[in-house]
Design a binder for this molecule. Structure first.
Ligand SMILES: [Zn+2]
Length: 120
């Protein structure tokens, strides 16, 4: 704090950053180091996952497929060993209120919609 010689008012003037003196005071820490490190890891992971999700284009039929039994949307269930996406009624997983437990290959649905379904 310095006083303005003309007005006598006290003015706050922070020291330049390179003149700051810092010391570690571990006993004043409010978060355990292990927890802090874990959270920093998670934050990094989240950023990475979010940018990955942004790169991946949505599916052709994202948000358009409906369950034939209960009506609401189908959602991605998982991928099989070969990486093919499988979908399922989202109500089955979320509330169990639908009995349509069938798991369907999304590429098969896309082919059917596009009219390239193999005819037997
Ligand atoms: Zn359903």
């Amino acid at each position: 704090m310095v006083k303005n010689p003309d007005t006598g008012k006290r003015i706050s003037r922070p020291n330049p950053r390179d003149q700051w003196q810092t010391i570690d005071v571990p006993e004043l820490r409010i978060i355990a180091d292990t927890l802090w490190d874990r959270v920093q890891d998670l934050k990094g992971e989240k950023v990475r996952l979010t940018s990955q999700a942004k790169r991946r284009p949505p599916h052709l039929l994202s948000g358009l497929l409906r369950c034939g039994c209960c009506g609401p949307g189908m959602s991605v269930h998982d991928r099989d060993k070969t990486g093919k996406t499988r979908i399922r009624c989202s109500a089955v997983r979320e509330s169990g209120s639908c009995s349509n437990r069938r798991i369907i290959y999304l590429p098969d649905v896309e082919k059917a919609v596009l009219g390239v379904w193999p005819r037997n």
